[in-house]
Design a protein around this ligand. Structure first.
Ligand SMILES: C[S@@+](CC[C@H](N)C(=O)[O-])C[C@H]1O[C@@H](n2cnc3c(N)ncnc32)[C@H](O)[C@@H]1O
Length: 198
């Protein structure tokens, strides 16, 4: 059966929502085997499922858990939280891996770093400036500036791999991708204090 270009693009977009990101697949096995992973803004849980299939214990958090609820299992703990309204809910936890895909709320970034266990791995992929040409998001608040992920925490993270620019698949977009390990020297730093809005 022949498919029009539009149909192919549509399939790519759907694949993006269902299949785990290639970046997550590339780096998931670099997380401590059997370790604990936080899937931030987990959406429908496509990454939670993948991480659990790799033998990791997953906490999946999202503001809207209507799709995620069905993923709850012995290895996937589902947690509802509005990460932009409440104090960081995982301040007391330490994760061997933290995965963030297609989500950006800048005030959370230091908390993500602080919630990594010694040698914990941060796997991050999201849209950057220039993405408006290809689709959503277009709001600069949700688009990384040039090199922004790379500069996330130069003292606390050791960058293992880093990419930025045009991505053709699963759909055209401008993205940044980071895989970075928490440096042991900073592993015992206390998490940043978070103040509540007055
Ligand atoms: C584009 S989806 C990405 C989902 C998932 N990471 C993935 O790659 O499939 C963005 C997700 O962020 C979640 N989200 C947006 N604002 C949020 C907030 N304030 N707190 C928690 N989750 C939020 C949405 O509910 C949605 O599931």
């Amino acid at each position: 059966m022949q498919q029009s270009k539009g149909a192919v693009a549509d399939l790519s977009v759907r694949a993006e929502g269902v299949l785990p990101s290639a970046w997550v697949r590339r780096w998931a096995d670099a997380i401590r085997p059997g370790g604990r992973v936080l899937d931030v803004a987990a959406g429908n849980g496509r990454h939670s499922l993948y991480l659990a299939s790799r033998g990791l214990r997953v906490t999946a958090v999202d503001r809207d858990i209507s799709a995620l609820r069905a993923r709850a299992s012995e290895t996937i703990q589902v947690r509802q939280a509005d990460l932009e309204e409440v104090p960081w809910p995982f301040a007391a936890a330490q994760f061997d891996g933290i995965v963030v895909v297609n989500y950006l709320h800048r005030p959370l970034l230091p908390h993500l770093v602080a919630s990594l266990a010694p040698d914990g791995l941060l796997i991050y992929e999201t849209f950057m400036m220039g993405n408006a040409r290809y689709g959503r998001p277009r709001n600069p608040d949700f688009l990384l500036q040039r090199n922004e992920l790379l500069m996330l925490a130069p003292g606390a993270l050791t960058v293992l791999a880093w990419q930025q620019g045009y991505r053709a698949s699963p759909g055209p977009a401008m993205v940044q991708r980071l895989a970075a390990r928490r440096s042991p020297a900073h592993a015992m730093m206390p998490p940043p204090r978070q103040t509540s809005p007055s």
